[in-house]
Design a protein around this ligand. Structure first.
Ligand code: XMP
Length: 511
């Protein structure tokens, strides 16, 4: 059983799939203009039309084919998805005087299966520049808000439902319930899909793909590459060669800690390669974030390929294993062609002449699902519940130009912050915590002397999947311990700040 989500390029499209999966409903994302034939090939129980950044009257605005409204399959339009429903079925969409963004109180005005079990006032989250002014024939308005007279509408005969707000974001209080009502009550989904039950299928896919050849895989110490490598190893055993590239941009002592963990776990073909000089040379003088990501991505693949060539003298390596997960793909604006690009993630920035074929066993999974898979694979808790660490490493936590002194300062400051969090039993209360280095100097005083040193920013967030995040409300005394230890113990830093930006509009990393 599958729900299809047509992707109009919304920032939150994948969150819709995410929420549905939490409710045990598997959802596949397809391009907005997918043909009925393609959609029907999934035998969907329902179709969701996502939000998107466009306006229906814009030239080249993404459209779905009008015929999908005739398939007799339940449809739920969200935000732009509601506007497109109205536009294609004969209603009217108009621009708002002001873009509406944020939480609002919704008043339910009519009984609806979509809102079953909900009180008549609901906090919901809007983000739209256009609104439906006139509903199509056969539709009824089911809710309004002070600023949006038509906040949802439905045609129960055709099983077409639409909401102007975003049920998929956490700020909508009962958003999951609304999506569940659509999936379970309207579409008759069972709600029994589980990530961990996909393991046999993933293993079979890997073996079928690899056949008699071999795989080289970069291990970073992060959860994703570890779980991906464990899956690959489970599927093909010693045909997997794990390469741990020391980019020089890893956390303090990470190379030693991770390689000894892997050896203990029994990864037989583990190759640790020190390329820190090469990375530093290539990044010298580079300040642009996208440039940094590209250089690191390309250098990574280059080192891999050289290693693979060497290993290939005795083996037949054809594949590159990667720990790419679902959110990596969203934020790299894939697979949709309509989303605005935010950042390119290093795991996906592969050069065109790449010789190896890619295997990504986790590409359909979210972070917490990856951890569930890891638990099922009996990977120890301390490895699975480590904070995420980005592929480009400390390069995206040092703003501006990178040099070995800045790396060393950042490694020390970061290690202290993490140690303080662990010592105070706060590490597991944050989803991700780290230090970043601001390459500007400010004045301080130490002893009787004036200092003029770098600024360290501490960032800690609470999140479910990294797509949205709130800053962690770390108790002041813990922050104070981290701050005074960093300023006292790390030479080159005389000021520590704490970042209190939410995502959105901020991102978790700085670059
Ligand atoms: P942002 O900064 O986009 O980060 O809010 C969201 C999550 O993704 C991680 N991140 C990356 N992970 N390669 C990765 O493997 C990357 O290039 C990359 N950039 C960001 C980030 O640490 C956070 O957990």
């Amino acid at each position: 059983m599958t729900l299809i989500i047509l992707n109009f390029g919304g920032q939150f499209t994948h969150l819709i799939a995410r929420r549905l999966r939490d409710s045990g409903v598997y959802a596949e994302i397809l391009p907005a203009d997918s043909s009925s034939q393609l959609i029907l090939s999934y035998h969907p129980t329902g179709i969701i039309l996502s939000g998107g950044p466009s306006s229906v009257y814009e030239q080249n605005a993404p459209m779905c084919l009008p015929e999908i409204f005739q398939l007799n399959i339940p449809i739920l339009g969200i935000c732009y998805g509601m506007q497109i429903t109205s536009y294609l079925l004969g209603g009217k969409v108009v621009p708002n005087e002001h873009k509406e963004f944020g939480k609002t109180e919704l008043k339910l005005t009519k009984q609806s299966t979509l809102f079953e079990g909900l009180d008549s006032f609901q906090i919901v989250w809007f983000s739209h520049g256009d609104s439906v002014e006139k509903i199509p024939e056969g539709f009824e308005v089911t809710s309004n808000s002070p600023t949006c007279p038509i906040a949802s509408m439905e045609n129960t005969n055709s099983k077409i439902y639409s909401v102007q707000f975003h049920p998929e974001v956490v700020h909508t209080q009962n958003g999951t319930k609304i999506l569940e009502n659509f999936a379970l009550k309207v579409c008759q989904e069972k709600g029994d899909w589980k990530a961990t039950e996909q393991i046999p299928t993933i293993l079979a896919e890997i073996s079928n793909q690899v056949k008699d050849s071999q795989v080289i895989m970069g291990i970073s110490g992060g959860v994703d590459s570890l779980v991906a490598a464990t899956l690959i190893e489970k599927a093909i055993g010693t045909k997997l060669h794990c390469v741990f590239i020391n980019t020089g941009l890893l956390r303090k002592n990470e190379v030693e800690e991770v390689s000894s963990h892997l050896q203990q776990r029994g990864f037989s073909n583990l190759h640790v390669i020190d390329s820190s000089k090469l990375f530093l040379e290539k990044l010298s003088g580079v300040t642009d974030p996208e440039q940094k990501r590209k250089i690191i991505g390309h250098t990574f693949v280059e080192v891999f390929q050289n290693t693979a060539k060497e290993l290939n003298q005795h083996n037949q390596i054809e594949f590159l294993g990667q720990g790419t997960i679902y959110p990596d793909r969203i934020e790299s604006a894939q697979p949709t062609k309509y989303a605005s690009k935010i950042k390119s993630h290093h795991n996906l920035t592969l050069p065109e002449d790449m010789k190896l074929k890619v295997i990504e066993p986790l590409k359909e999974f979210y972070k917490d699902e990856v951890r569930l898979l890891g638990e099922r694979l009996e990977i120890p808790h301390n490895l699975l519940y480590r904070h995420p660490f980005p592929g480009p490493g400390l390069a995206i936590r040092i703003l501006g130009e990178i040099d070995s002194q800045k790396i060393s300062i950042l490694q020390q400051a970061d290690a202290i912050f993490i140690e303080v969090l662990r010592d105070n039993n706060y590490y597991d209360s944050t989803w991700q915590a780290f230090a970043a280095l601001f390459p500007i100097k400010s004045v301080g005083v130490m002893g009787d002397s004036r200092t003029y040193e770098y600024i360290i920013s501490l960032r800690a967030v609470n999140s479910v999947d990294g797509m949205t995040a709130d800053w962690s409300k770390i108790p002041y005394d813990i922050l104070e311990k981290a701050s005074s230890r960093i300023v006292n113990e790390v030479r080159g830093v005389n000021r520590v700040v704490y970042d209190i930006t939410q995502k959105p509009p901020g991102t978790i990393e700085y670059l």
